[in-house]
Structures are given as C-alpha cells and as structure tokens.
Design a protein around this ligand. Structure first.
Ligand code: HEC
Length: 155
C-alpha cells in the first residue's frame, strides 16, 4: 500500500477532528429540555394571585402607598422580574380555551409577551420608588391579566 502524502494525512486528521467536534456539539444541543413542572394554574396562584401571589404582594405594598425600606422596594422588583419571567414560561403552555389553532396559539403567545413586557416595565418603575411611576405600571399589568383571561380563561 502506498503511503499517503503528509499533507493529505493532516487534512484527513483535521476532517476527523472537526467531525467529532461537530458530533459532540450536536449531542449537547440535542439534549432534551427539562420537563416542565408547574402548570398554568400553579403559576396563576403562586405568582399572579391578587392577594396570595407575588403580584398580590406588590399590589398590597403599592396600595399601602409604597411605605417601605429600600430593601422592601428591592424585593418588589425581584417579584416583578419573576412575574415577567413567567410570561416567558407561559408561552410554552396551551391555555384551556381559545388556542385550538395556529391563530389562537399566536394570540396566546402575544398575551404572554404583553404580560411579560408590562411586568418588566413595572420592575423598572419600582426602581424609582415613586408611586406616580408605579401606579400606572401596576394598572397596565392588571389590564394584561384581564385581556388574557377574556380570551383564554375557561370561565
Ligand atoms: C397570558 C395569559 C394570562 C395572563 C397574563 C394572566 N392569566 Fe391568570 N389565567 C390564565 C388562564 C389561561 C387561566 C385558567 C387556567 C386553567 O383553568 O387551566 C388563568 C387563571 C387564573 C386564576 C385562577 C386559578 C385557579 O386556581 O383556578 C387566577 C387567580 C388568575 N388567573 C389570576 C391572574 C392575575 C391576577 C393576573 C395578572 C397579574 C393573571 N392571572 C394574568 C391566563 C392568564
């Protein structure tokens, strides 16, 4: 058998190396996403409930005029950030009503995005520690609760 020229040998080694690297990256990317744990109802109660959820805690704080320490204001921002993240989480779920076709699913995802963005704005408003910024931002979140429920909540 004739010996391969070194150049070709190196080229083949290079191709082999990159194929392995590619195979490893594909295997990493293809790893299945973790299975979701919380459903829509869990999120609504733990995060969005008007008295018991994170939203309820922010609402109570604001209804009381935002009388609190800097740490309490900061805690309200953490809560608003998690509410916003839940907008992202909700996107991957299907509501019990109004999302049976592609158009319905698109509408649902838009509601989730609007809720996420309103919650992000609430978080930003809370950073000012000023009620004249927080009150309208909180009302805008509440409007998103109603808008989504009108289209997708079962009753
Ligand atoms: C993106 C859509 C969407 C947004 C935004 C949304 N919800 Fe919901 N909510 C739902 C759906 C869908 C259900 C019904 C879930 C089911 O029955 O499977 C629901 C159910 C609920 C429930 C009832 C849970 C139960 O145990 O039956 C409460 C309370 C609730 N939402 C509060 C809120 C509040 C407060 C907000 C705003 C801070 C809000 N939701 C924002 C979609 C949304």
């Amino acid at each position: 058998m004739r010996k391969l020229p070194t150049r070709i040998g190196l080229a083949l080694a290079g191709v082999a190396f990159f194929s392995i690297a590619l195979a490893v990256s594909v295997a990493v990317i293809a790893e299945p996403a973790p299975k979701p744990v919380a459903g829509i109802t869990n999120i609504m109660n733990a995060v969005n409930h008007e008295t018991e959820g994170l939203y309820g805690m922010i609402k109570k704080f604001c209804d009381g005029g935002g009388q609190g320490s800097a740490d309490q204001w900061k805690m309200m921002r953490h809560r608003a950030q998690v509410m916003a993240e839940c907008g992202n989480i909700l996107m991957a779920k299907s509501p019990p009503r109004g999302a049976d076709d592609a158009a319905g699913m698109a509408k649902w995802k838009q509601h989730c995005a609007n809720f996420r963005d309103a919650s992000k704005k609430l978080s930003k408003a809370l950073a000012f520690k000023k009620m004249n910024k927080v009150t309208p931002a909180l009302a805008a979140v509440a409007a998103q609760c109603d808008a989504c429920h009108n289209d997708h909540k079962s009753n």
